[in-house]
Design a protein. Structure first.
Length: 141
């Protein structure tokens, strides 16, 4: 299926009645959010980044508060929010970055966030070096 974005969130492209799909999309988004909570509680993640439509903010906050999970919210344009949740130390670090968009993080902040989110450390190192315009490193044999 192909999706496009509008004010209500994602909708199926080419259907006449996009509104009838929205409840199913909400159910899917909530299931993924709940799965992220499950992974955090099982120790698979120290920090989770989940993007939600703004209209699901209250529901997500209630769920996190009910589960006593630290979190911080950051806007993504007018229709979406990023919710960072997990270990308090990780959430505090995200909070220390301020409210700037992710694409405006410093090279060091980007590296820290990627590592905390569980991205491959080697790939994060390569990304950091590329962002810093370090020359190509030679391998020692």
């Amino acid at each position: 299926m192909h999706f496009r974005e509008n004010r209500e969130g994602l909708v199926i492209r080419g259907t006449e009645d996009n509104q009838s799909f929205l409840p199913h999309l909400k159910e899917l988004v909530v299931k993924v959010f709940n799965h992220h909570i499950y992974e955090y509680k099982k120790g698979l993640r120290s920090l989770v980044l989940h993007t939600l439509p703004v209209h699901l903010r209250e529901e997500a906050e209630q769920k996190l508060k009910h589960n006593h999970i630290p979190y911080v919210l950051r806007p993504v344009g007018k229709t979406k929010i990023n919710i960072f949740f997990g270990e308090v130390e990780c959430v505090n670090i995200v909070e220390s970055f301020g409210e700037k968009p992710l694409n405006e993080l410093s090279d060091e902040e980007d590296f820290i966030l990627g590592t905390m989110l569980g991205y491959c450390r080697l790939q994060q190192c390569r990304r950091y070096l590329k962002r810093k315009n370090y020359p190509e490193l030679k391998r020692v044999i």
